[in-house]
Design a binder for this molecule. Structure first.
Ligand SMILES: [Zn+2]
Length: 180
């Protein structure tokens, strides 16, 4: 069956992260974690991993990476890699640049860490305060093999997830891992 990758950025957040594995109903998603948040809530990082979801690197402080010197870019990526590896026992292989802000210099940093950059094919705009219905409708544009951008920390997104999964099922699709 064809899959669509549901991705959740910026967590973990104590207000919403615990509800997401249940909302995902046993399907697999990918969480791009913000290093500072992961350091503050290590138990939530372990819970995401224990629920079978993939964990990716989303930098330590969520900067615009193209504005940083090479040493700063490297520090953002390395510190987050080290923490997530320590917490889960798995070194992340996926990376999402904050704001989708990337260029050849970012690509060089990621190559040094053997990270694959993951952008998205559909932006649900949940970050802009969209309603549950708007998030569900946006995700409905995802095609097989597509990647849906969502954000942890937003109750409307948690509420949208079961409806997004139902809509995928109705189209003969399911939520699955990001394709390398
Ligand atoms: Zn982000």
């Amino acid at each position: 069956m064809d899959t669509v990758a549901l991705t959740f950025d910026d967590g973990p957040y104590p207000e919403t992260t615990p509800a997401l594995p249940a909302a995902l109903g046993g399907t697999r998603a990918t969480f791009f974690l913000w290093g500072e948040h992961a350091e503050a809530h290590p138990d939530l990082v372990r819970a995401i991993a224990a629920a079978g979801h993939a964990i990716g690197n989303h930098t330590w402080t969520h900067p615009r990476l193209t504005t940083l010197p090479a040493t700063g870019r490297d520090r953002e990526v390395r510190r987050t890699q080290d923490l997530l590896t320590r917490l889960t026992g798995i070194r992340p292989s996926l990376f999402r640049p904050p704001y989708g802000d990337t260029d050849a210099s970012v690509a060089a940093t990621l190559a040094a860490h053997e990270l694959t950059e993951v952008l998205w094919s559909v932006d649900t705009r949940d970050w802009a305060g969209c309603s549950v219905g708007e998030i569900v409708a946006a995700a409905g544009d995802a095609q097989p093999g597509g990647v849906v951008l969502m954000h942890d920390g937003r109750p409307a997104t948690v509420e949208a997830v079961p409806r997004i999964l139902a809509a995928l099922t109705a189209r003969g699709l399911r939520s699955g891992p990001v394709r390398g």
